[in-house]
Design a protein around this ligand. Structure first.
Ligand code: GLU
Length: 303
């Protein structure tokens, strides 16, 4: 019997250049796919033009090419896929899963209790928008059911969305689609069998599983990865001024990413040609060697 062919993806938001933390996520998702003879897709999650510096997508694509990543099939840009997101919203609306919400951030802050991810939306507009003259966001109803899933690195996870978060936004009042909607629609349409990404997104997963269920879709498997921290203990990100990946140091950085992921890195590995480093990495890849702990790079390794 044939198992479902593996399909993975890397899905960066072009809010700035890739940094060493992005490389770790890209490498792990690539190796999970290539070590299983699976497919690996690249999807640019450019759904928020206000957060995207000009040229950021092109720079990300060029950097991935410089580092030797080879994606399968068509390169996808979420900015060109509105019709799919609108179709999903229409289907959710037909089933009364969504409703328009006129609440401002301030109104929500004033009328909510605080949960693990911020204010828990109190459902103020569930029976109709409180102020129908304001532009409305679209929210997805959540339930009291416990959502459970198994993460391959972090183990058993559970969340009751009504207690942790409340109904959440799928389309903003300015019309932009929310990440939760676009990521679920595309993971499903692309037939992604396993999502591999940073553990900063672990707590988004229950929302995405709920949305898959509301749309009648099966869910992928999930692997979340430890985060790379800077010397101040902060996650590498644009906000913490993480340096852009330097393509001239690709071998050294690729080997540092493998070491961060707990993979074997013989002394001479960084001096080999890029293709040989990838061959080595694919043949020795072991997800079991990835430790769940966020940490900085070993002293002496400069991303
Ligand atoms: N676009 C998201 C980001 O760059 C990642 C989405 C995902 O992997 O699910 O943070």
């Amino acid at each position: 019997m044939n198992a479902t062919p593996y399909k993975g993806r890397f899905a960066p938001s072009p809010t700035g250049p890739l940094h060493f933390g992005s490389l770790v996520a890209a490498v792990a998702s690539y190796l999970q796919a290539r070590s299983r003879d699976g497919q690996w897709f690249l999807r640019i999650e450019d759904i928020d033009p206000l957060r995207e510096p000009a040229g950021a997508s092109e720079q990300i694509i060029r950097t991935l090419q410089d580092f030797g990543f080879e994606w399968d099939g068509e390169l996808i840009f979420q900015s060109q896929r509105s019709e799919h997101y609108l179709a999903a919203l229409a289907s959710l609306q037909d089933q009364h899963w969504t409703y328009p919400c006129s609440c401002s951030r301030k109104q929500i802050a004033d009328h909510s209790t605080s949960g693990p991810y911020g204010p828990i939306y109190p459902g103020s507009c569930r029976l109709g928008p409180l102020d129908a003259t304001r532009p409305c966001a679209l929210r997805l109803r959540v339930t009291d059911d416990e959502i459970q899933f198994h993460d391959a690195v972090y183990g058993a996870q559970q969340s009751v969305l009504s207690k942790d978060l409340g109904d959440f936004v799928l389309q903003r009042a300015d019309g932009l689609f929310a990440y939760q909607l676009a990521v679920v629609v595309d993971d499903s349409l692309q037939g992604i069998t396993e999502v591999v990404r940073g553990s900063d997104l672990l707590d988004n997963t229950a929302r995405q599983i709920h949305l898959h269920h509301c749309l009648g879709l099966s869910t992928p498997d999930y692997v979340h990865l430890p985060l790379v921290l800077n010397e101040a203990g902060q996650k590498l990100s644009k906000q913490t001024f993480a340096p852009a990946l330097d393509s001239d140091a690709r071998q050294r950085l690729l080997v540092a990413a493998l070491a961060f992921l707990g993979q074997p890195v013989p002394d001479e590995l960084a001096s080999l040609p890029l293709a040989q480093i990838w061959d080595h990495a694919i043949h020795h890849w072991s997800l079991a060697a990835v430790s769940p702990h966020n940490r900085s790079l070993s002293p002496g390794i400069d991303p």
